[in-house]
Design a protein around this ligand. Structure first.
Ligand code: NAP
Ligand code: G4F
Length: 342
């Protein structure tokens, strides 16, 4: 068998997202051939993976991008038959909770039904080819919703948004296909994880980017919603390692991944302004009710004991360090130095 045949093959949906980009880096480091599904857009949407992009004209490509969409069952199925992946990571989603109240049907279609489309394709593929494919579903702590913290694998879901409800559907359909058809299908129930690659409209990045722009004199206010909500924020590169570990276990199972610590949005704000050396932060922040949610998730705290025991996984980056990583990055990207260069 040639070297190429022995190489593990993975397929990643959501390849252009925060987690997709870190996961692809990890899989390439581990020697995988990686196929990523990207959406066609009229503007470039691959900036998070541009640094690892490989020209399709090169020989021995290890990162191959394909156009596709989780709404399009045909293409997803065709890609699985063509690529013959050993592992599929389903990270694609309409992933913004507040936006899911504005576009609930679309969210259910992509974040919910998209998972079923993949699982149906895997079921057919396994039946027709006799080959096995492992499946990772990006489940979310948002599924716990109103459940009292700390939350673990036994906590009953009480979702509070169309996004959360869609993820609950995906969670159970993944479990169902595991039990009904023997597919190696796992749910990673990941609590919030952030990084300099976090989307600009999620609260942590909105804050760190906003502060950098204020310091650079480009903006003078950050408009936010509920500052009292608490989240268990971890560092994204460590979370994609947990995804991979779940897929290497002898049996498929579901795991909670988080830090076990929660902080309010206000605490994140205070720490981020402190890192940037800005005092009297109150004058730079205003509340805009448009960022409130019709139903809010008040407090998420992960009990990740199972992952610690079975996967030997634990978080390494603490809250203050995470805030600093993000502030430092955005100060470089948007701060005075960057502006001088421009
Ligand atoms: P993200 O940055 O918002 O990335 C989402 C990805 O999904 C992007 O690549 C996006 O493509 C793609 N996508 C959106 N609609 C699609 C569609 N119709 N068909 C195919 N792909 C589509 O999210 P993330 O933070 O990396 O999160 C990755 C996954 O984990 C998501 O499923 C999210 O819901 C889940 N999750 C995230 C967290 C967290 O704290 N980050 C926690 C728990 C679970 P474009 O770039 O073209 O928009
Ligand atoms: O940063 P957020 O938008 O993240 P949220 O809603 O917790 O969702 C993220 O984490 C989930 C895991 O639990 C993922 F599944 C999901 O895909 C996504 O990655 O909001 C965090 C908190 C909320 O309580 C929100 O109400 O921040 C509060 N917040 C206050 N002002 C704001 C704002 N959130 C946003 N996005 N923008 C604001 O201006």
């Amino acid at each position: 068998m040639s070297e190429d045949k022995k190489r593990k093959v993975s397929l990643v949906t959501g390849a252009t997202g925060q987690d997709g980009s870190y996961l692809i880096e990890l899989l390439l480091d581990k020697g995988y051939e990686v196929h990523g599904i990207i959406r066609r857009a009229s503007t470039f949407n691959t900036y998070r993976i541009d640094h690892i992009f490989q020209d399709p004209h090169e020989k021995n490509l290890r990162l191959i991008l394909h156009y596709g969409d989780l709404a399009d069952a045909n293409t997803v199925r065709k890609l699985i038959y063509e690529i013959e992946p050993d592992e599929i990571y389903n990270l694609g989603a309409q992933s913004h909770v507040r936006v899911s109240f504005d576009i609930p049907e679309y969210t259910a279609n992509i974040t919910g039904l998209g998972t079923l489309r993949l699982l149906e394709a895997i079921k057919d593929y396994e039946e027709h080819t006799g080959k096995k494919v492992k499946f990772y579903q990006a489940s979310s702590s948002e599924m716990f919703g109103a459940a009292k913290p700390p939350q673990n694998e036994s906590t009953a879901f009480q979702p509070r948004s169309p996004y959360g409800v869609s993820k609950v559907f995906s969670f159970y359909i993944t479990k169902n296909y595991r039990e009904a058809y023997g597919i190696f299908a796992v749910n990673g129930i990941l609590f919030n994880h952030e990084s300099p690659r976090r989307g600009e409209t999620f609260v942590t990045r909105k804050i760190t980017r906003g502060i950098a722009k204020i310091v650079a004199g480009l903006e003078n206010k950050i408009y936010l919603g509920n500052l009292e909500a608490k989240r268990d924020w971890g560092y994204a590169p460590e979370y994609v390692e947990a995804m991979w570990l779940m897929m290497q276990q002898p049996k498929p199972d579901d795991y909670v991944i988080g830090t076990g610590e929660s902080h309010s949005v206000k605490e994140f704000l205070e720490e981020a302004f402190r890192c940037a050396g800005v005092k009297d932060w109150g004058k730079y922040v205003s509340i805009d009710p448009r960022y409130y949610r019709p139903t809010e998730v008040e407090n998420l705290v992960a009990d990740y004991a199972k992952a610690r025991e079975k996967l030997d996984w634990k978080p390494k980056t603490g809250f203050k360090e995470l805030v600093k990583i993000m502030v430092d990055h955005d100060m470089k990207q948007y701060g005075p130095e960057a502006n001088a260069k421009k």
